[in-house]
Design a protein around this ligand. Structure first.
Ligand code: ZN
Length: 485
């Protein structure tokens, strides 16, 4: 909307009023009695995830690794800012053995309530105040949980001589005290001390590696771009590091168990080609570097841990079509899921639906199955999935990594493309990934942006697909049928 110039005075007056109202509200809040921060951010699918009353700017994580299955000293330092007067606040933290907790250097009182660590500082925190929390603990690298969906097992994932981690969806709290929700992100510095001869890896860039004495080495990684708990990676073990640079200057670093280097080379070497392909769809790669850690584990699924995807070895030891599908899927997530994050868990269809859609499109162009019959099959089952696990943007249970969020959501993008045409769809997608870089955004944001780019209101079309009780007709395919639910 453009504002005619004669209303500027009115606007200025309105702004002054708003400022006065804001400062009155602020004064009111500042003088208000400090109250407890919320134990969650109100995400109905995972109500305890994240915390209220403050924002985290930076995590400094320390892991003093001792060996597979051995509990070890760890500590987390959190730089945060109170968003209101706080008598106490929570962190998400599960298992492990809690040690001393300080706030700005003073010992704080703590209580553990399920997966919530409740911290009461010696002095209440004022709105806007920056503060530092330090949590010392003994980490339990055997801690895992199980889910009744595609993830199955998450938490610490052992390897023969070390570990990797699989924090999705809310398992970061098993690894470090955090605000464990995908919309709550902070920069990280990770210091890992491990026996000489092992390699430690985490998100971002290796900024320091030094002898730590007694046969140990300390590795430091910094992530310039904020990381959500579910996208955190910590890999420790024997790895051969393979560095490279793509033709357009993206730094590559893969970590491969030495015995597998030659066997996975043919697929690992495809990453520059995959990067170029995804960039042609979703715009520039959003981070400083990319790589995969090939995990010597029989874990069933890969994970898009930010800048360093976790890929179980079986994914790269089978046939080419499957290997590429898995690699492209995790790579697409770096744009959608990682850089463009979910606002709430109900927005998961945007993350998994995009990854599945592009994985399938790439595969079709590179010797894999044709997209159309796959989408027709997903269409046929869509009402059954709708009934069993909820419409694409309306999952009805916390076990939300079900087929509706993958094939059933890829189908929504397929339908949108059929509705608006290839060119408009391509512009929507590129705009989505580039304009929302580094932001947590919602399904409503996608619908609004798609409508703006298309120049027409797509809400009736998309909302029927995303929330409706029944699967709408597929544009261009009046003969497609849906099995009755
Ligand atoms: Zn995925």
């Amino acid at each position: 909307m453009r504002r005619p110039p004669h209303t500027l005075v009115a606007v200025a007056a309105a702004l002054a009023l708003t400022a006065a109202a804001t400062s009155a509200a602020t004064a009111d809040t500042d003088s208000g009695t400090p109250t407890p921060g919320a134990p969650g951010i109100g995400d109905p699918l995972l109500p305890g995830s994240g915390n209220g009353g403050y924002r985290v700017d930076h995590y400094t994580l320390g892991f003093d690794w001792q060996g597979p299955g051995i509990a070890f000293p760890a500590d987390t330092e959190i730089k945060a800012r109170a968003t209101r007067n706080l008598s106490r606040f929570n962190l998400d933290f599960a298992g492990n053995t809690l040690g001393r907790v300080t706030v700005d250097g003073r010992t704080a009182r703590t209580a553990r309530e399920g997966d919530e660590l409740v911290i009461t500082p010696a002095r209440a925190l004022r709105r806007g105040q920056e503060f530092k929390v330090r949590v010392q603990y003994t980490a339990d690298p055997t801690q895992q949980r199980h889910r009744d969906d595609a993830i199955e097992t998450f938490g610490w994932i052992p390897t023969p001589d070390g570990t990797v981690v699989y924090p999705q969806p809310d398992g970061a709290k098993m690894i470090f005290p955090s605000n464990d929700h995908p919309s709550l992100r902070a920069r990280t510095t990770v210091n890992v001390t491990a026996p000489d001869g092992l390699t430690a890896l985490s998100n971002g860039t290796l900024t320091d590696k030094r002898r730590a004495g007694q046969g140990r080495t300390r590795w430091t990684y910094d992530s310039r771009q904020p990381v959500a708990g579910q996208l955190f990676q910590l890999a420790i073990g024997s790895y051969t590091l393979v560095d490279g640079t793509t033709p357009d200057g993206i730094k590559l670093r893969d970590a491969v168990p030495p015995a597998l280097v030659e066997r996975v080379e043919q697929y690992r070497a495809l990453t520059p080609r995959h990067l170029a392909w995804v960039q042609s769809k979703l715009g520039p790669y959003p981070f400083d570097s990319y790589g995969i850690v090939v995990a010597d584990t029989d874990l069933g699924v890969a994970l898009e841990t930010q800048t360093l995807s976790l890929v179980p070895k079986a994914d790269l030891l089978g046939d080419k079509v499957n290997a590429e599908r898995n690699m492209v899927h995790e790579l697409v997530h770096q744009w959608t899921g990682d850089s463009v994050a979910m606002d709430r868990w109900a927005d998961l269809w945007l993350s998994e639906g995009h990854a599945r859609y592009y994985e399938r499109v790439y595969s079709q162009e590179n010797g894999g199955a044709q997209l159309e019959p796959l989408m027709r099959d997903a269409y046929r089952q869509h009402d059954i999935w709708r009934r069993d696990t909820g419409a694409p943007a309306e999952p009805t249970e916390p076990n939300l990594f079900k087929r509706m969020r993958y094939d059933g959501s890829a189908l929504v993008f397929y339908a949108l493309r059929a509705e608006v045409g290839d060119d408009t769809f391509a512009r929507i997608e590129r705009a989505w990934a580039t304009r929302n870089r580094g932001r947590a955004v919602s399904t409503a944001d996608y619908v609004a942006l798609a409508s703006r780019v298309a120049g027409r209101d797509l809400a009736p079309f998309l909302n029927a697909w995303l929330y409706g009780p029944r699967t709408p007709p597929m544009p261009g395919h009046p003969d497609w049928t849906v099995d009755p639910a």
